[in-house]
Design a protein around this ligand. Structure first.
Ligand code: ZN
Length: 287
């Protein structure tokens, strides 16, 4: 991906570029780790979204990823979590990230996995995700907040908290992305589903050939950027408001609370340390 204005050096885990006038593209850039999300990456994404939001020359924001897979989810081997929490400005007010037990874990997840996703969902400008390859678990929590999702025909998706004995994602958007019945199926089974299935569920807007994904998404972003920006912001706000009046915001809190209850249950039963690293064994029913 080349852009007219690129600034890879300012970030460790992402690239920020303006490939055509009025369109910013933020590229998740840890392909050697299948774009696993470290805390640093999530905060850098947040900085880049802020940068695009604050740039009056930018009307539309594209989220893309380098390499064959969009994201393998949270980086369970991230060894610099607390350093990142200290280095970057937090977006929420829970804090107490080092507290013992459920208090610290909930604070961290409220900040990084709910707070950031919800913040990006509410960016005023239109946002578009371009997804290729596999997008798993936490990967969903960075594409679901986007307004539109364009998928390559090789894309596949997986919602896997159940494999870890956890109810649902921290950013509980499954019913809104998949519809109620498919949300239950995909949560219960943790099966992969294809780009075409995702389109049928309503999670994905368009499926395009993999080698056309970036060009198609950029052309769509450019076309939208020619509309009046204020009207775009108001259209987005009106749809988001409608979704919240249908109960999205309240159910988001319930899903997050149940997610935390799952973590606490596993800790109580299995004595898992406070570190938010998961073990797949938690998801197995007693034999
Ligand atoms: Zn969690």
């Amino acid at each position: 991906m080349t852009g007219t204005e690129t600034s890879a050096t300012e970030y460790d885990s992402i690239v920020y570029e303006v490939p055509v006038p009025k369109v910013a593209r933020i590229v998740v850039n840890r392909p050697d780790k299948r774009n696993a999300q470290s805390y640093r990456m999530l905060y850098e994404l947040n900085q880049a979204f802020d940068r695009a939001a604050q740039d009056d020359e930018v009307s539309v924001i594209v989220l893309a990823a380098a390499g064959p897979d969009f994201s393998s989810g949270h980086d369970l081997k991230d060894t610099e979590r607390m350093e990142a929490l200290e280095e970057f400005d937090t977006v929420g007010t829970w804090c107490g990230f080092g507290c013992a037990g459920a208090e610290g874990r909930m604070a961290i997840e409220e900040e990084l996995y709910l707070g950031l996703s919800e913040r990006w969902r509410n960016i005023a400008k239109p946002t578009i995700a371009a997804v290729q390859g596999r997008c798993i678990a936490g990967g969903m929590q960075i594409i679901w907040p986007m307004d539109l999702i364009i998928a390559a025909d090789d894309a596949s998706f997986k919602i896997n908290p159940m494999e870890m004995g956890v109810a649902c994602a921290e950013f509980f958007h499954e019913p809104w992305e998949l519809g109620v019945r498919k949300a239950k199926e995909m949560l219960f089974t943790a099966d992969f589903f294809s780009a075409e299935e995702a389109r049928q569920f309503g999670m994905v807007n368009r499926v395009v050939p993999a080698d056309e994904l970036q060009d198609y998404t950029l052309a769509l972003a450019e076309r939208i950027s020619r509309m009046q920006l204020f009207a775009l912001k108001l259209a987005k706000g009106a749809v988001n408001s409608a979704q919240d009046r249908m109960g999205r915001h309240d159910s988001l809190q319930v899903g997050f609370a149940y997610h935390q209850l799952s973590h606490s249950h596993n800790q109580e039963l299995f004595g898992i340390p406070a570190d938010p690293t998961f073990m797949k064994a938690w998801g197995r029913a007693p034999q």
